[in-house]
Design a protein around this ligand. Structure first.
Ligand SMILES: Nc1ncnc2c1ncn2[C@@H]1O[C@H](COP(=O)(O)OP(=O)(O)O)[C@@H](O)[C@H]1O
Ligand SMILES: [Mg+2]
Length: 249
């Protein structure tokens, strides 16, 4: 099972959109996928059309040890999801005094192995929840918006992952960099893509996710891009990206 965390402490760069649509694309390509919403804002949960406030078991109950992982998984059109809820917003403080607080998610997921991919959507911070994702996974994908300041804050992110590698999880690696909201008409976008590619080399995915309004609309219908508009650029780009992900093995 490949376990991948989608991380960037900046908000609005495409973490949730990537997690949802890469998950859905991999499903279309016959892979078994588990998505985990680790953001207290529960955007991934809502974007998949699930009403977070009605749920009995979410990732919060899971981290607290109040339920087993199997009980927290919701199956939705072939995609499995462990949802989030607002309750999680107190978690950083609530769990801060617990010994082994960086490993709560990893421990809670110990019996879960019958998937090809586990994808974790992280909050826009490098706090305790993101640390839990970094100890649970082996791979980090970083979505970057192809705009001015795309790489700003990157040294902090890289330093955090280095520390985790030294102290908490020696297997963790940044393996994928995804350019999102690319607009080929903008010279600046092209320059930023070149910059990102120079910085990350072969870890940079060749597939660029173009700016596409359908990608922004789909969540308000509780749908993935493939359910909402299967013939959109967004659907094509995410399917290509999934093929690239599978090819990397
Ligand atoms: N390729 C894209 N084209 C157009 N809008 C996009 C694209 N990717 C993401 N968005 C929109 O940009 C906003 C931020 O994306 P999101 O995935 O929520 O970022 P994050 O999870 O990093 O905060 C959302 O409104 C989303 O619908
Ligand atoms: Mg998000």
């Amino acid at each position: 099972m490949k376990k991948i965390a989608f991380i960037n402490q900046k908000g609005g760069v495409g973490k949730t959109t990537c997690t949802m649509n890469i998950g859905a694309g991999l499903c279309i390509l016959a892979k078994k996928v588990l998505l985990i919403d680790l953001d207290p804002q529960a955007h991934l949960t809502y974007s998949l059309g699930i009403e977070a406030h009605n749920l009995e078991n979410t990732v919060y109950e899971l981290l607290k040890g109040n339920c087993k992982a199997q009980k927290a998984i919701i199956n939705r059109n072939g995609i499995d999801l462990i949802p989030s809820s607002l309750e999680l917003s107190g978690a950083e403080i609530e769990f801060s005094g617990i010994a082994g607080r960086e490993f709560l998610l990893k421990e809670a997921l110990e019996g879960i192995y019958h998937y090809d991919y586990m994808l974790i959507d992280c909050p826009p911070s490098l706090g305790l929840l993101t640390l839990n994702a970094l100890t649970t996974t082996q791979e980090v994908y970083i979505p970057l918006q192809t705009e001015f300041l795309a790489l700003q804050g990157m040294s902090k992110l890289l330093a955090t992952i280095d520390i985790v590698k030294k102290r908490l999880n020696k297997d963790i690696e940044i393996t994928g960099i995804i350019a999102t909201r690319f607009d080929h008409r903008k010279n600046l976008n092209k320059e930023v893509v070149e910059k990102i590619e120079n910085y990350f080399g072969s870890r940079f995915f060749k597939t660029l996710i173009r700016d596409n309004v359908s990608l922004a609309e789909a969540p308000s219908f509780g749908q993935t891009i493939f359910e909402y508009k299967a013939n959109s650029y967004g659907a094509k780009d995410y399917l290509n990206l999934c093929q690239e992900i599978i090819k990397r093995g």
